[in-house]
Design a protein around this ligand. Structure first.
Ligand SMILES: Nc1ncnc2c1ncn2[C@@H]1O[C@H](COP(=O)(O)OP(=O)(O)OP(=O)(O)O)[C@@H](O)[C@H]1O
Ligand SMILES: [Mg+2]
Length: 294
């Protein structure tokens, strides 16, 4: 029944001319809170539900996903542009059929491209965006100008925090910074490493309360992930936990998060139109374009 409603929603979205992949940035204020694990396992979970999903590693400089998957992409987005390769050359089909793109050693390289190369890249990303349902971006932690721009350019943000006060404070910092630029941004919070479900609800509620009180911003609580030794085991085995231990608590929680995300009404804010990977990258490299070089 739920699946049917989900399919209908997708159909409506596509028939409304928004037949582009929905972009999701998985981010956090504090590092090491579980972003890459969430991004990877949620991408695989979406695939298990028949969603065409691509995982984009933008945690620049640190090849997190490579390590978690035990798989290193040969080429990166930067290679595509600099070596004139096709998009298919740089999309790796990794384990479990997961499509992957590595952002390369730094999106900074994008700033050195000429206008022709940029247009070419945007066209290629456009094509890609039309044959996918979801593009999940694993970002670095914190508030660099680059990661802020990135977050402001996606459809949904999954903000990962743990119940620890330091992680929550940093998560609030991210919410505040984002709201300064776009009060309409779609924010979902995921509370990782909880010892009880109540801990997840309480942590989310605290964030929701301060965001509402000080920023007048509503945040959606997507759910929690338990602190589960299976996650650690899976990381050591370089295998995603939902594949290595499909029945573990964390895997069950991922299934709940995925279902909840897919079954919620789409929060299509006014800026949703014309989104997708093309506009996402356009926005990302906007400062460069504004310099008049293009
Ligand atoms: N739910 C969990 N239960 C137990 N351990 C966990 C859980 N989530 C994450 N971890 C542990 O935390 C470590 C860091 O996770 P991960 O690499 O996903 O974080 P990250 O936010 O992507 O880090 P970075 O900011 O460095 O990119 C994992 O290697 C794992 O050992
Ligand atoms: Mg990471």
């Amino acid at each position: 029944m739920k699946d049917q409603a989900e399919r209908l929603r997708e159909k409506v979205r596509r028939s409304q001319g928004a037949a582009v992949a929905r972009t999701i940035a998985v981010t956090s204020g504090k590092g090491g809170v579980g972003k890459s694990n969430v991004a990877l396992n949620l991408a695989l979970s979406l695939m298990e539900r028949g969603k065409r999903t691509l995982l984009f590693d933008l945690d620049l400089g640190f090849a997190n996903l490579d390590v978690l998957l035990g798989y290193t992409p040969r080429l990166t987005l930067i290679d595509m542009v600099e070596k004139g390769l096709s998009l298919d050359d740089v999309i790796e089909r990794g384990p479990y059929g997961l499509e992957l793109i590595s952002g390369g050693s730094g999106l900074g390289s994008l700033f050195h491209l000429d206008q022709g190369q940029i247009n070419d890249m945007l066209d290629k990303l456009d094509t890609l965006s039309k044959r996918l349902d979801y593009i999940i971006l694993d970002t670095g932690a914190g508030l660099s100008a680059e990661s802020l721009r990135l977050m402001l350019a996606v459809d949904d943000i999954w903000l990962v925090t743990t119940p620890e006060p330091t992680s929550m404070t940093d998560a609030y910092g991210v919410i505040k910074a984002l709201c300064k630029y776009n009060g309409e941004i779609n924010l979902h919070v995921i509370v990782n490493r909880c010892y009880t479900p109540v801990e997840g609800v309480r942590t989310a509620r605290r964030l929701q309360t301060v965001a509402k009180q000080f920023l007048n911003k509503e945040i959606r609580y997507l759910g929690y992930l338990p602190n589960d030794p299976s996650v650690h085991q899976a990381v050591l085995s370089q295998t995603p936990f939902i594949k290595l231990f499909p029945a573990c608590q964390a895997a069950q929680a991922i299934a709940v998060l995925t279902a909840r995300y897919l079954n919620q009404p789409l929060q299509d804010n006014a800026r949703r139109e014309g989104r997708g990977l093309r506009s996402f990258f356009k926005q990302l490299i906007a400062p460069f374009l504004q310099k008049g070089t293009g």
